[in-house]
Design a protein around this ligand. Structure first.
Ligand SMILES: O=c1ccn([C@@H]2O[C@H](COP(=O)(O)OP(=O)(O)O[C@H]3O[C@@H](CO)[C@H](O)[C@H]3O)[C@@H](O)[C@H]2O)c(=O)[nH]1
Ligand SMILES: [Mn+2]
Length: 360
């Protein structure tokens, strides 16, 4: 009898949205069709709202342009960036699903060393559905992976792990370098496939790239605000970095885990390093003060929800980073506006993620 032609239902089919920011086109979806077609897409169209973005046939999607964002959020739309990929966070806010995967429109299906096409979404789901180990490093990497385990000396009291809030994937071909590095190494390509998933240890920050990223929206969604960038702002290409630093401080406080490593995507477009240098210029200097701020940030135990953590962080940003540049006062206010807008759109969910015992 011929094999069944019924496709297996993909994992989290009705619990995950794929968020795509675009100012270009969505032709890249053809390559992802086998992996994405059964999921719902949320497309955030940046730039000129009068331009029509064609979505390839067969995909289930909702599309929002700037007019939609302004109509839905009213004055609170001011917290959503314009003319920067940071606009993608609007998609996180309007989603009603438990999980989010976000990918850039110049990211394609990569192949692993055996030549097999990588289903990046499937790997992110595996990462999110298995625990993290932020409190003690496992030298054999992901202990929950088939064929691996905790090594000798790993405390049994910690082997249950903690919930995974974020899965950060990587990129073959064009690496996510900053502009100075791009300028110095214009031809460098990442050809190294490292077959590992690591938990970022508690108390350690990392540079979160938004091009191949998934997260548990019910846990950490309110903290995934991609900071004010692009049009009218003195900085760009630090939206995902800002979100990553805020997110990690809050995950550490809440006792949740963040993973990085597999899956890889194939990043195809090298954005213009000179344009990027102009966008990043202030960030190159400011990050030398921003990082110590996040490294020393302490959230009080009264911060028992992500929203409360985030508003507390915004207060500390205003107080401690506001003296670097007035931009940080504007950013701190935008962080509060984001939470207000998030709560308005998601009030029915109202789920407040509580601190697990002793995690603070
Ligand atoms: O004004 C804009 C510019 C771009 N987009 C969309 O955002 C993503 C990323 O754009 P692009 O691939 O051109 O930028 P990269 O330099 O490769 O991106 C890296 O920097 C981060 C930007 O902060 C990004 O997350 C990283 O991947 C594409 O989908 C563009 O269509 C936009 O919406 N508005
Ligand atoms: Mn890109």
């Amino acid at each position: 009898m011929a094999g069944s032609s019924i496709k297996p239902t993909p994992l989290l089919k009705d619990e995950l949205d794929i968020v795509i920011p675009t100012i270009r086109n969505l032709d890249f979806l053809e390559m992802w069709r086998p992996f994405f077609e059964q999921y719902h897409l949320i497309i955030v169209q940046d730039g000129d709202p009068s331009k029509t973005i064609k979505v390839p046939d067969g995909f289930d999607y909702e599309l929002y342009n700037r007019n939609d964002i302004n109509r839905i959020l009213g004055p609170k739309a001011s917290c959503i960036s314009f003319k920067d990929s940071a606009c993608r966070c609007f998609g996180y806010m309007v989603s009603k699903k438990k999980y989010i995967f976000t990918i850039d429109d110049d990211c394609f299906v990569a192949k692993d060393p055996s030549g097999k096409e990588i289903n990046a979404l499937e790997q992110h789901i595996k990462n999110l559905l298995s625990p993290s180990t932020p409190f003690f490093f496992n030298t054999l990497y992901d202990p929950y992976r088939e064929g691996a385990d905790f090594v000798r000396g790993y405390p049994f009291s910690l082997r249950e792990g903690v919930p995974t809030a974020v899965s950060h994937g990587l990129w073959l071909n064009i690496p996510d370098y900053d502009a100075p590095t791009q300028l110095v190494k214009p031809l460098e390509r990442n050809t190294r496939y490292v077959d590992a998933v690591l938990t970022v240890p508690k108390g350690t920050l990392f540079p979160m790239c938004g091009m191949n990223l998934a997260f548990n929206r019910e846990l950490i969604g309110p903290a995934m605000y991609f900071g004010l960038m692009g049009d009218g702002q003195p900085i760009g290409r630090y939206d995902d970095m800002w979100a990553g630093w805020c997110m990690k401080v809050i995950c550490d406080h809440m006792g949740w885990g963040v993973k990085t490593g597999l899956p890889y995507i194939w990043h195809s477009k090298a954005s213009n390093p000179f344009v990027n240098l102009k966008k990043e210029y202030n960030g190159v200097f400011w990050q030398e003060e921003i990082i110590p701020f996040f490294q020393s940030a302490v959230l009080p135990k009264e911060c028992t929800s992500v929203q409360k953590c985030y508003v507390e962080l915004s207060k500390q940003v205003k107080e401690k980073l506001g003296k670097i540049d007035p931009y940080f006062i504007k950013l701190a206010d935008a962080m509060v506006t984001w939470i207000e807008a998030w709560n308005e759109l998601n009030s029915s969910e109202g789920k407040i993620a509580k601190l697990p015992n002793g995690a603070a």
